[in-house]
Ligand binder design. Structure first.
Ligand SMILES: [Zn+2]
Length: 893
């Protein structure tokens, strides 16, 4: 959009053309770029030696100039452009000028010597840039001292790697070529089609042209990679040719990718089957990144992961094996929702992320039903609800007002709330109908972009639903918050009727307005003479009601049948007791909803701590891990913030011990041959809870034995980390650190640089983060800033030590004193998490105040920190209000 026009130029141009035109005094576009210059294709060439500090590049962009202009706006960040030129449609090349118009946002302007008419232009840039040190753009990492270069562009870091139109709806084909040293290997989104000598020890690799992609999905990597061929993925009804699959890892690690490669074909087939659309790229590479900011990234054809998600051995921790499958399914789901159909703009990033999360769960349910992804979805939604109860919560479709809104859009609201809302409406229209809508959506927008309206329309059409349905769906996208559905049974004209009401769920101390209305598909389970039934109703107003046909005389109600609704419900003490008696008749998902309802009532101030613990106790006996451990979050809060004196602490220890110790002892402290991975996971969770949170002496003794064994030096001087159970190593090291202090901390800090196995590194970091001694805590925090700790590992060391006010004060003082160093090591993508990293876990007005005053002047300098500050502050104040409201004495009753 143009705001200013220079009258002089207007006059001069009036003779040549009637089209509108832009002039160099139009304002710098800090949000979207104007749409009068649209890229058609890119040729991006990079000359990269990971051993050097900089790289060089040439970018050639064909641009459709839709109106006369003497300049073009695009993106570039920290690029030193030596030469830029523009070639017009007649083939004439003109000099041009590269101007960094807004260096902080990375907005640049290319000025032409004069005004050019609408036509196809070719822009050409020669530049150099640093290999980024903060895991964004084209960045440098090392594995065992050997450097690699790789990319992470999403959301807005492609501008660090090459000049371009760095927005998701500018999708074009890319021709990528890499000039690299002869002894290195290069990979990119597509198949390599040429390898030509480039002189002086260099070679140039050329890759086949991509299908249309946005800049944020461009990817490549350079280094002495191990490249392992996986099984070809066989053709099916939707893809005619076998798909080449490869694993790529740092040198020496490739053999550890066998497991993930063997799992991948079943995921691809499940996705093709669902979408009725074949995998669209010419190959699939999975790359284990030596250091990485996010968990993984869905680059078309070259998916990148944190290395621990891909490098697995037979004795890898169970949570890594399961996490690997889940994340792989998520990234591969993105090849359809995200890559084939891309969000039109960042306010709709849920179209990528919520769908990938929801689809990942669907694939996992199909391929590994024992992983219980159905319960993951419920637990994920419940986690998001905690975030969504904040007044400062984002909406699923949050308007983008600046780069901070883009960087912080990748949160639990986008992923888990989004997935839960999709699941809810899928349940409402039926799985088959929803699938029909999804298939149409992919067909209609393939290799292009889509908005929320497009998606809702596709589903509404498939389901033959009208405006009411669209409004209901959008009521969850366009407003924040969790619906709080209250139910009341009554008898009317011989029928059992359930009265319904809705408002926004707000915890004690919230300053929010509860008057919100959604279109909520409410499904309830209720007792009948011979069991139970489910009834559903679309609740579109603040009040409503539904008939419960065949309800038993003294029926009971579970207000969220199968926990498929994204809403909370509250229960009074009496109702809770009645429902609690029926817990065994509920599905596993409903038992999780019951746990959430009890916690929601506690946080709402309607239930005291003793009643909450009593309500949760029956769940701990469940055979299902997710249900048995559902009370841990509520318990953790009470343990940390409410039980400040000996008597309530002793009562909590007794509760935890009777609830979980028998199960822990039954599982034992070592993985049994051939045991279900759910048992390994439960062992790991219970050990961490009982040893580190509750501090039960008998559990700590067992873990200390393993910690001591792991800390023993082998003949080669290295620690014997393999001596502990792989699922318990992190907790065992944590107990050892707490018991032995200095010697254990010193040994682990010395071991980390010699350890390349990511699972072992993570266990060392977790062990160190359990440190309690104040001086040693300081030592561990300082170590987090050492270059031996990877950028992506830093947060793992800083997360611990927040249980007591004294610990939080120490963390705060350290963080304030090292603020500049922390920021310097943190990529822009992590800026939103910075306030929580420094002051998270706070529970008093004073902690909220110091956070506010510290960031008052600083937040605006770190992208995303303002939202992080608002949310961390609100969480701190809500915690304080709840701690004030709830009586610790109630724990004793
Ligand atoms: Zn994703």
């Amino acid at each position: 959009m143009r705001r200013f026009v220079r009258p002089l130029v207007l006059t001069a141009l009036a003779t040549c053309c009637a089209a509108a035109f832009a002039a160099t005094n139009d304002p710098v576009p800090r949000g979207k770029l104007p749409r009068w210059a649209v890229p058609q294709s890119y040729a991006v060439s990079f000359k990269v030696d990971p051993r050097q500090q900089d790289f060089s590049g040439t970018t050639v962009i064909k641009v459709d100039l839709k109106q006369a202009s003497d300049h073009i706006w695009l993106h570039g960040h920290d690029l030193k452009v030596a030469k830029v030129s523009v070639t017009d449609a007649a083939g004439k090349t003109h000099a041009a000028k590269y101007v960094e118009a807004a260096p902080k946002e990375g907005v640049v302007r290319v000025d032409f010597a004069g005004t050019l008419k609408p036509q196809q232009l070719t822009l050409s840039f020669d530049y150099t840039a640093p290999l980024n040190q903060q895991l964004q753009g084209l960045y440098k990492v090392s594995h065992e001292g050997v450097p690699y270069a790789m990319t992470q562009m999403e959301p807005i870091s492609a501008r660090y790697a090459f000049p371009g139109f760095d927005e998701p709806d500018f999708k074009t084909p890319f021709d990528i070529s890499l000039t690299i040293p002869n002894d290195e290997k290069g990979v990119a989104n597509t198949r390599q089609i040429k390898d030509t000598p480039a002189g002086n020890g260099w070679k140039t690799l050329t890759f086949s042209q991509t299908k249309p992609l946005p800049t944020y999905l461009v990817a490549f990597g350079v280094g002495p990679w191990d490249i392992v061929a996986g099984p070809d993925i066989s053709p099916d009804a939707y893809r005619a040719t076998p798909l080449k699959l490869r694993g790529i890892a740092a040198k020496g690690e490739g053999h550890r990718m066998r497991h993930v490669l063997s799992e991948t074909p079943s995921i691809i087939h499940a996705l093709e089957e669902y979408y009725g659309f074949g995998y669209p790229w010419d190959k699939l590479d999975l790359l284990a990144a030596p250091d990485f900011a996010a968990g993984a990234m869905e680059n078309a054809g070259l998916v990148t992961f944190r290395d621990w998600l891909l490098l697995l051995d037979p004795d890898s921790p169970a949570q890594y094996v399961r996490g690997s499958f889940n994340v792989n399914a998520h990234e591969l789901a993105h090849q359809w929702t995200g890559d084939t159909v891309t969000t039109d703009w960042w306010n709709d990033i849920w179209l990528n992320e919520a769908f990938a999360t929801w689809m990942q769960q669907k694939v996992t349910m199909k391929v590994h039903p024992d992983y219980r992804a159905d319960l993951d979805r419920v637990r994920g939604a419940q986690g998001a609800m905690a975030n969504d109860s904040l007044v400062t919560a984002r909406k699923i479709r949050q308007p983008i007002t600046g780069n901070g809104d883009i960087e912080t859009a990748f949160d639990s609201i986008t992923y888990q709330k989004g997935a839960s809302v999709l699941g809810m409406f899928e349940g409402y229209v039926g799985e088959k109908t929803f699938q029909k809508g999804m298939r149409q959506y992919i067909q209609d927008h393939k290799f292009g972009n889509a908005t929320a309206d497009d998606l809702v329309d596709s589903i509404a059409k498939a389901a033959d639903k009208g405006e009411d349905f669209r409004q209901a769906f959008k009521s969850f996208l366009n407003q924040p918050g969790v619906p709080y559905v209250q139910t009341k049974l009554s008898q009317k004209g011989g029928q059992t009727v359930l009265e319904l009401s809705q408002s926004r769920y707000l915890p004690v101390g919230s300053k929010g307005d509860a008057k919100h209305v959604w279109g909520v598909p409410v499904c309830v389970r209720y007792g009948t003479a011979d069991g139970s039934k489910v009834a559903c109703e679309l609740l579109q107003k603040a009040q409503g009601s539904m008939v419960l046909p065949g309800a038993a005389a003294n029926t009971w109600v579970m207000p969220n049948a199968n926990a498929s609704g994204y809403y909370r419900f509250g229960m009074g003490k009496g109702e809770l007791a009645r429902a609690g008696g029926q817990v065994g008749k509920l599905t596993d998902a409903e038992q999780l909803a019951y746990a959430d309802a009890a916690d929601a009532s506690f946080q709402h101030g309607d239930l005291d701590a003793g009643s909450l613990l009593a309500a949760l106790k029956p769940l701990t006996a469940s055979r299902v891990r997710e249900v048995a451990t559902a009370p841990l979050g509520s318990f953790g809060w009470i343990n940390r913030y409410l039980a400040r004196t000996d008597a309530p602490r002793a009562a909590l220890r007794a509760w935890a011990s009777s609830a979980y110790l028998p199960r822990m002892e039954l599982l034992g402290y070592h993985r049994k041959p051939g045991e279900a991975d759910g048992d390994s996971l439960l062992r790991s969770t219970l050990a961490g809870f009982l040893a580190l949170d509750v501090k039960l002496p008998q559990v700590r003794t067992e873990l200390l034995k393993q910690g001591d064994a792991a800390l023993k030096r082998k003949a080669d001087g290295r620690l014997d980390l393999g001596a502990a159970d792989p699922d318990l190593l992190d907790t065992a090291l944590g107990v050892a650190v707490q018991e032995h202090g200095k010697s254990a901390v010193g040994a682990l800090i010395a071991e980390l640089p010699k350890t390349s196995d990511p699972a072992l590194r993570n266990a060392i970091l977790a062990g160190l983060s359990a440190v309690e001694d104040p001086a040693l805590s300081e030592q561990v925090r300082n170590f987090a800033l050492d270059k031996q700790v990877k950028v992506g590992e830093m947060a793992a060391l800083l997360r611990g030590g927040r249980d007591t006010r004294a610990q939080r004060d120490a963390m705060w003082n350290w963080a304030v004193g090292h603020y500049d160093q922390i920021v310097a090591r943190t990529g822009s993508f992590a800026g939103g998490r910075l306030p929580a990293l420094m002051g998270g876990g706070g529970c008093s007005q004073e902690e909220a105040d110091r956070l506010q005053s510290f960031f008052k002047t600083r937040a605006k300098d770190v992208t995303g920190a303002e939202r992080g500050l608002a949310q961390t502050t609100e969480r701190t104040l809500l915690c304080a209000a709840l701690a004030e409201k709830q009586d610790p004495e109630a724990i004793l009753h």
